[in-house]
Design a binder for this molecule. Sequence first.
Ligand SMILES: Nc1ncnc2c1ncn2[C@@H]1O[C@H](COP(=O)(O)OP(=O)(O)O)[C@@H](O)[C@H]1O
Ligand SMILES: [Mg+2]
Length: 329
Amino acid sequence: MDRGERSVVMGLIRLLPRSGSQQPAERLGDALSSPSPAAPLAEPEPLVVSEPAPGSVTPVASPAPVPDDPAPVRQGTATRVIALANQKGGVAKTTTTLNLGVALREIGHRVLLVDLDPQGNLTMSQGLNPDVIERSMFDVLVHRLPIAEVIEQREVDLAVASIDLAGAELALSAMIGRERSLEKALVDVRASYDYVLVDTPPSLGLLTINAFVAATGVIVPVQCEYLSLRGLVENLNPHVGVEGIVATMFDGRTLHSREAIEILEENFGELVYRTRIRKTVRYAEAPVKGSSVLKYDPSGAAAEAYRELAREIVAAKEAEDGAQARKHA
Ligand SMILES: Nc1ncnc2c1ncn2[C@@H]1O[C@H](COP(=O)(O)OP(=O)(O)O)[C@@H](O)[C@H]1O
Ligand SMILES: [Mg+2]
């Protein structure tokens, strides 16, 4: 079974119980031991596709079916739109979005990053201040401002977030086609990019759903920490394909980290990228300088890890495309 055929195994992710919340502890075993699509739905807001339109998702909990609002015609069909998602915060979604994006750029790909997190960490990590940005992804999603107008040219192109984005969930919820807003926004620019990487907030609200709908695949960064694995749960969306799982903050000196990798590989097999992103303070230092780790410390191991991940992701896709082509030959 190749990566493509495993179109989703698992939806993803849900928030780890915040301290004080009532999440049952026994879910850990279930979550990790049953990656089967037949796993019971247990999420409060699972994603289930009501129509088999490729790439589309509709939250089961949405009050009414979305009225006629056809999927936008996709140009730039070779463009890979990848959502970086995990409902747990602090697992390196933003760090991976930026550094993977810059690494893809280094090997010649045209890359757009989209900051869909109201916290604006991705925007900040390129030296921009979300508090003073006037036009952002909020205007793109809610007011249909062309996305080109919020793209800043930094190490790679970046569609910026501002503080307003926190209001997008509410504003979007009243809109027709609220799940497709990002997908539509990308229509105008996707032909200009080979990779669009979308950084998402640590929640399964409409912003993340927009990222899933627009995405051709999802990459899930997972911290190599036992409790973090609790965040990984199937939720049955066969149309949001998890392309891969990136193990982050890996510390090879600890048994704990090695065991976390074992658990991941036992449960998710080939979906786990071979590249491990090790724990190092370089990743925290770089954004303070408004730069990726590839720019901050170009010859360091931290930069090299994301280069290796970029090569692995590109190679996996090429292998998959080759297999598809042979199948149809
Ligand atoms: N491999 C790593 N080693 C050590 N610290 C890391 C690593 N990756 C990310 N970090 C740091 O961990 C924190 C959370 O990372 P971030 O990318 O913001 O996570 P998320 O977007 O999932 O919330 C940040 O301070 C970041 O600099
Ligand atoms: Mg983040």
